[in-house]
Design a protein around this ligand. Sequence first.
Ligand code: MLT
Ligand code: ZN
Length: 460
Amino acid sequence: MTDPRLAELTRLLPDLKLSTDPGDLDHYGRDWTRRWTPAPLAVAWPASVGEVQAIVRWANGQGVAIVPSGGRTGLSGGAVAARGELVVSLDRMNRVLDVDPVDRTLTVEPGIALEAVQNAAREHGLLYPVNFAARGSCQIGGNIATNAGGIRVVRYGNTRQWIAGLKVVTGAGDLLDLNRGLVKNASGYDLRHLVIGSEGTLGIVVEATLSLTSPPPPSQVMLLAVPAMDALMKVFAEARRRLRLEAFEFFTDKALRYVLAHGAQKPFAEEHPFYVVTEFDAADGQAENDTLAFFEYCVGEGWVVDGVIASSEAQAASLWRLREGITESLAPHKPYKNDVSVRISAVPAFMDEMQTLLDAEYPYFEVVWFGHIGDGNLHINVLKPADLDDAAFVDQCEHVTTLLVETLVRHGGSISAEHGIGLVKKPWLGSVRSEAEIALMRGIKAVWDPNGIMNPGKLL
Ligand code: MLT
Ligand code: ZN
């Protein structure tokens, strides 16, 4: 290590795994946004809480910024290191530390993949219910830092709801042990919830105690073809009334075309403007009657024009693939991603207004809508036309985002529902959070991270 700051870190922590290899810098300096050129100072892989704490104290002393790094599946640039930061990868801290069947909690290190958390819960007959397509690669520490949502929020809520305890090394280098797995704890500000969704700007999560729940009864997966957004929202209301929903997701014909081109199986002979994948409890014969009655009612009202109910696990997985495969199938087209939310009741009007604006100003952009309609969370992906260079595309997409923000503000929505603000949406934070709110956020950051070393430039 020729850099004297890194030489000092090696002197302090001789066993710390540290790299300045260009391949590592490139790999660990980027997330799924792939918009910034990675340029970290180095990558460190601490193996213990003590090492994380020592790194943070060293960083404060040396004035080195830290980018905490999980699976880097983020879509907002929150884990990008492009300005000489030290990337602190939690890859090596990936163990299950404890399972408590009485408390129904799982205590884990932050670098464990979401899927490994789900499997560990399942081994004990329990469920960790947060779920989304990146589960095999994303890490629980990153899920906490972004308050990750996904495809089961309509039943189970976001990550926030499942965090019973957190150990955090603050930007000042203090180790906090927050809430300790308690169900009730009325002893003042709940600092745990400040860390959840803070995008690595306050500290580094070094341990999490997750709440688990009972697994749901066997479920059924259904794909519906829907002629219009108004109809789709009526289907949602009806489904919520009649079925015990676990998921209610939507995508458009355009999204389907990309997933099919990527190898998924065509669900219907005809094309339709909108599709819904829904999953709900189906434990007994009565449930089957309810499902059929629901489907027939929606068809009778003209809200649904075709449908398929999975009759095997393999078919359920292939229906889910139509929704979960969208991100991957769009990736080669360099999509500019927007992840917004409005109240569920405002979805059709918001979509209508936005699509009208897009058609008027950017008729040459292909825009793909999909998302967690049951949460009012829409993903709006603008695909890059082949004849537009990267910089011009981003410029125009930023203008699209400005139009989007104006429309969102009229509907009381948010510029990020679940991906976070990071670098990508930072210019628009002030449109959806008031000056007083942002001043409070800055004040909180200054207390937790007095030297501003934690993921600087992100969020605020
Ligand atoms: C999804 O819902 O599939 C994820 O948020 C990823 C994405 O928006 O591309
Ligand atoms: Zn999503």
